[in-house]
Design a protein around this ligand. Sequence first.
Ligand code: CAA
Length: 284
Amino acid sequence: MGISSVGVVGAGQMGSGIAQVAAVAGLDVVLQDISSDGLSKAKARIEQSLVKLSEKGKLSPADVNAAKGRITTTQHLDDVARAGLVIEAASENPQLKFEIFRKLDGLCGEGTILATNTSSISITTIAAQTKRPEKVVGMHFMNPVPLMKLVEVIRGLRTSDETFRAVKALGEKMEKTCVESKDYPGFVVNRILMPMINEACYALFEGLASVEDIDNAMKLGTNQPMGPLTLADFIGLDTCLAILNVMHEGLGDPKYRPCPLLKQYVSAGLLGKKTGQGFYKYGA
Ligand code: CAA
């Protein structure tokens, strides 16, 4: 029998998107966050996204109501313990993720699979925090989760074939295409995407072209939905920098060194769309 219930830890942009697609796929979802404000914002975000998808004819009003009815929210981590799979989508802080995995390992039944949505932290190291490393796996969704078709399924060194197959089947049930990646810094998407974003930062830093021209060149010249600097703002410049640092350190190749301009933006608190300013300025 496949997995029928999912716990999601962390109700930010990614966690709420994951909870939404799981509920739309017919799974019972417990969405957990320590912040009640975070949970309220997640519910509003999910509602808004479901309504948008229904307006576009991608979901019927009945599907929307059914999906909403499958999601319960909680501030207590032990409420996710009975799920067949728990997907951790907390912020990208290794110590925080290690702590969550140690707690989940103690709370969840021995059959529960523990997945992490990390974009850069080693799955093998996260798995080593638990007594079930064969049941720990990476499940890396893309932002915005309800629209993006991809999930990277990452095998830690000790992830079992059974765990991998169960998580891949679940990703497909959520109507995602799954690609398999080994556990190396950046996995597949960020290994290729982040050097492009970093190069766009260098192009700007060296005065090759303006922000708008760099983005237009890549958007219109290579048919990307967003130019690389817009995309960096969308992802968060702090997140881009953190991923580049992990790749630079983990792969040991100077070609991944983060652009000084990117570091400066982050030091200045200009983190992109979420702070109202990055390479571009955003309205309220
Ligand atoms: N749910 C439902 N609908 C949504 C939505 C959501 N979460 N987010 C946006 N939409 C809707 C918008 O409301 C809009 O609807 P209308 O057409 O009715 O106005 C529609 O989608 C299109 O959106 P926009 O007009 O704002 O812009 P767009 O056409 O450029 O599409 C986009 C938006 C899908 C985000 C597109 O720009 C895109 O694909 N961008 C690239 C995103 C990307 O590369 N993501 C991966 C980042 S890497 C990552 O996530 C991994 C990591 O580790 C960093």
